[in-house]
Design a protein around this ligand. Sequence first.
Ligand code: C2E
Ligand code: MG
Ligand code: MG
Length: 398
Amino acid sequence: MTYRSALIVDDDPVFGALAEDLLLDAGVTSVATASNGVEALAHVDGGAAAADIMLCDLNMPAHDGVSLIRSLAERRYPGRIIIVSGEADSVIEAVAKLAKIQGLNILGATRKPLRAEDLAHLLERAADVPARKAEPAAAVPSLLDAAIERGGLHPFFQAKVSMTTGVVMGAEALARIATPHVPYANPVPYVELAERNNRIDALTFAMARAVSRYVADLGAVGVYLPCSINISPASLERVDFPDLMAEAIATSGLSCDQFTLEVTETRLVEYGARALDVMTRLRIKGFGLSVDDFGTGYSNIDRLQMYPFTELKIDQSFTRKALEETFARACVETSVRLAKELGLKVVAEGVETREMWDFLAGLGVDEAQGFLMSKPLPPAEFKALALSGRTFLDKASA
Ligand code: C2E
Ligand code: MG
Ligand code: MG
């Protein structure tokens, strides 16, 4: 993104001159300077010349960076902000968080000395304002019934790609629900409705039957692919769940060891002895067990060790945070290392950018899933991808 005007707020004239050169080199056409927060606010209140982007130091004698950010938030400053400071990373990150919480459009933070590549990278970023997602349409009970009983359930498949070879190693099946308005509606409201109405196991078994049909169809053309199916944590309370799940898979003549069941991490803390019983029997039948959305809940790897998991899926939000904050980065690094030491396969989900791919590949993550490689696809399109032998190593930086 190109910015027209910039304001550098720093009490050090040498830094000001260097930053001005870097901004002009980056294509900014007009650069103003202020030596403290008071001068910066005078500039902002001046209106006509308000800057598109502000580079803000933290430690200044009059009206320091934190006070300036508070004043900018009060004025609902619409420009983008980059924090550049000599303070410790933890302090810089705390201020960046504070700015974000107060609704400012913060692009990121970096330590002095400011380097051209860091500045270019930050200028490329979209402002980190919380995206307001459109709420999916509410679930309709009769359509849930149609999904479970009358063929209104459509599995899509998203590729899981090896981070070392770029080859498609498997797929995750994601439910789509037929409605009169959209043929493939988002599953989340339907999964939640099914959980509330005690229909979730019926939905899971219908999904398992449909998915295993497509997986068998791939097998018939010589493509053996492991496939993941999402299950609800509520099912782990049901002692006959392993038998019924195995029966659903057997309808297509497949064996359970071609399937991994994904359970979201957020409710792991609620699991008791019964869940451990059910999980253990699922493993004995041959299913893999994956912790989904790792990093969104409260568990740590130590806690996961209690359960017989085979795979850990790192949530997209955890990776995103790691790219911005030192503490989150350390958490992701430690999680990956420990998971691998425990013999778990590590998969990253929601990989959307080359930056994410490079970071995760550098940590030794085994597989990645995300829009960078492929969206969830209808079965015929996924089959074509699996048969094409296409690899995705071109997604990594050389
Ligand atoms: P999940 O299991 O964590 O699945 C990943 C979600 O992230 C999917 O959303 C997928 O479409 C989306 N996704 C994949 N790559 C990217 C990416 O690069 N960027 C972004 N922003 N998103 C990406 P989807 O299909 O809407 O599913 C949402 C959730 O619904 C799933 O999250 C899963 O928890 C649940 N779900 C889906 N199918 C079923 C099912 O058959 N049974 C149960 N119990 N839950 C299901
Ligand atoms: Mg999943
Ligand atoms: Mg997930």
